[in-house]
Design a protein around this ligand. Structure first.
Ligand SMILES: *Cc1c(COP(=O)(O)O)cnc(C)c1O
Length: 359
């Protein structure tokens, strides 16, 4: 830290992304990327001709991409906001709607780590709400109409989802607050709340191309909501970075919608692989949460969470381990291809056997 940093950021603890090591080739099951490449339409859209236009700024309105998304989700252009990854939207949400006194925010104590970072970045008053013992969210904890609400649905890193009816209860109970539902993982088997945005002016649904649409490297997210909320986000965007989506990502985003069926099928495959892997892990003595996401959250009495993480890493398999007390016995394992999952299961079984035979 230099002596020049703004005093209010001196104590700020930044978000820690999942590791992306380059020392060897790993089976990467630690950042919930898709194991599948983008669709053919995306590969074709990024032509040499388009690359040669990179001397020009992208369209700051992003209307062609907004129209494609609006068509897919059955809403209008004015209900769609697009951004440089959905983290960008979370950032704008905290900037636009939360502050330190009359607009606090609450979110689950076990959830996506970035919510807390943004709250602290902007000096927002925030409250974290504990999950039940089984890691489920008790919706009544969010009924107060006394704070904005941020919930990942399915939640991370537990994978547990609320129903659309549950989300609606939360939205209805907070008529004077903004409820943000982060649907980063919704395409793997949970119910989307996008349809509710037509009925409620205080619901913002945030989505991303990073997980179900195989484009984590392109950085593209979007939000769907009432036109007033979207206009507020646009105001922040035009006050920070009007060209927040580059030309190639914009084209890739439109092209991906054309091949929607490819992505729907990939999500189905991932969901099948999730069920398969969970069942096998249970046979090995693991406990898993009922995940609707593209990851598994698992622990076993047979091995300490961190020990399993380190031993898998030593054998070329990366999973995500969190150190917070409530979840340090668990690992979050991204669901990959069937081959990757079989490898994970084989190596895990080996690790457990070796551990028990050496006693
Ligand atoms: C991955 C993830 C995001 C961020 O996605 P990007 O679009 O890549 O910025 C947001 N929320 C949750 C819960 C996530 O897991």
């Amino acid at each position: 830290m230099s002596r020049f940093i703004n005093k209010k950021f001196q104590e700020l603890e930044a978000y820690t992304p999942g590791e992306q090591p380059t020392d060897m080739k790993y089976i990467k099951l630690n950042t919930n990327e898709s194991p599948f490449p983008p669709s053919q339409s995306v590969l074709k859209a990024i032509s040499a001709e388009e690359v040669s236009k990179l001397n020009l700024y992208p369209d700051p309105t992003g209307n062609s991409l907004k129209d494609a998304l609006a068509g897919l989700y059955g809403v209008e252009r004015k209900n769609v906001f697009i951004s440089n990854g959905s983290d960008d939207i979370l950032n704008f949400f905290f900037m636009a709607f939360c502050n330190d006194d009359e607009h606090p925010v609450k979110f689950p104590s076990i959830s996506y780590g970035f919510y807390k970072v943004y709250a602290e970045l902007y000096g927002v008053k925030y409250k974290t709400v504990d999950l039940a013992n089984d890691f489920s969210i008790n919706i009544e904890d969010y009924f107060g109409n006394d704070a904005n609400v941020v919930i990942a649905n399915p939640n991370a890193p537990t994978g547990i989802a609320l129903s659309r009816a549950d989300v609606e209860e939360i939205v209805k109970a907070n008529p004077d607050r903004v409820v943000l539902i982060d649907e980063a993982y919704v395409d793997f088997g949970a119910e989307s709340s996008v349809a509710l945005t037509k009925k409620y002016d205080n619901l913002l649904v945030v989505c991303t191309y990073s997980k179900s649409r195989s484009m984590a490297g392109a950085r593209l997210g979007f939000a769907i909501g009432n036109e007033g909320l979207i206009a507020d986000l646009e105001k922040i965007k035009y006050s920070t970075n009007p060209y927040n989506i580059n030309r190639l990502t914009m084209l890739a985003g439109i092209a991906a919608i054309e091949d929607n069926e490819y992505y729907v099928n990939n999500c189905k495959t991932v969901a099948e692989n999730r069920e398969y892997t969970q069942n096998k892990l249970v046979e090995l003595g693991f406990e898993v949460t009922p995940s609707k996401a593209n990851f598994i959250f698992a622990k076993s009495e047979r091995i300490d969470g961190e020990e399993l993480y380190l031993k898998l890493k030593a054998r070329g398999i990366l999973v995500r381990h969190f150190t917070a007390n409530a979840i340090c016995q668990y690992n979050r394992i991204t669901v990959g291809t069937r081959e990757q999952m079989d490898k994970l299961l084989d190596v895990t079984a080996d690790i457990l056997n070796e551990k028990e035979n050496s006693k």
